[in-house]
Ligand binder design. Structure first.
Ligand SMILES: [Zn+2]
Length: 250
């Protein structure tokens, strides 16, 4: 999150990568691979290990779109070729038109997985909080009439993650695990969401992953995922893969 203010520095180029996990689609049970659009931009990250994680996923093909070109894809027409949108961006500017198109897309139904710093996108767009199910606040915020300080972050924390609901398709088969990752504190989580992961780590909110629906779309938010310590953690990989499958309806 230290680059929170560098939003405007990532411009220009957009890169489109099309990848199939090695032997993935062929080895899966019958059915087409899940087509994932990964949205990035506005926050640095370790690109190579991040996309290596996606290449390790069986039955997934992905394409990356970087801001400021992503909003053209986050529309009913622009997202037609994808089953799932994965947000790994932290972007602020969005036109009224792009807001409406994104909401329309989700009302119609499109799986959405939001990771890590995407919780801090679109600070001034009210509806984004309802889409994701929470918000990381850069400024003071209020809850139930009470003023709260800005949200926090801490890098390189070693902590324990608890499975809050082991029966949910996103967490099924997972057991409590350890991870080294960035924690976020004092962020907003809407009461309507279903908690999937919790932690007792004091620098973190208690609930750190959840599921809910927005319009006709399944939505999962996972706070974890700052760098390769997360990307290479087998529990994290399984979580992200199962989240993609669940929001895709597989
Ligand atoms: Zn981070």
């Amino acid at each position: 999150m230290q680059n929170a203010i560098r939003v405007a520095l990532v411009f220009g180029l957009w890169v489109s990568v099309f990848n199939t996990s090695p032997g993935g689609a062929q080895k899966m049970e019958p059915g087409k691979p899940i087509r994932v659009l990964v949205v990035t931009g506005g926050h640095d990250f370790e690109r190579e290990p991040f996309f290596e994680m996606f290449r390790s996923f069986e039955g997934i093909v992905y394409e990356e779109i970087q801001h400021p070109n992503a909003h053209a894809r986050l529309t009913p027409e622009g997202a037609k070729g994808y089953d799932v949108i994965v947000l790994y961006d932290m972007w602020q500017p969005i036109s009224d038109e792009s807001q409406e198109a994104f909401v329309k897309l989700l009302r119609q139904g499109k799986g959405l997985v939001a990771l890590h710093h995407s919780l801090a996108s679109y600070q001034t767009w009210e509806e984004y909080r309802n889409i994701i199910g929470g918000r990381w606040h850069m400024e003071k915020w209020t809850q139930n009439g009470k003023e709260l300080p800005p949200s926090t972050f801490k890098h390189d924390v070693q902590f324990k993650v608890h499975i809050a609901d082991s029966k949910h398709p996103v967490t099924r088969g997972l057991q409590d695990f350890d991870i080294r990752d960035e924690t976020y504190g004092n962020f907003e989580v809407l009461p309507k969401v279903k908690p999937l992961l919790t932690t007792d780590e004091p620098t973190s909110n208690r609930v750190i992953a959840w599921a809910h629906t927005y319009g006709r779309s399944r939505v999962v938010y996972i706070q974890l995922g700052h760098d390769h310590y997360a990307y290479q953690n087998p529990n994290y990989r399984r979580l992200v893969l199962q989240a993609i499958r669940w929001v895709a309806g597989r």
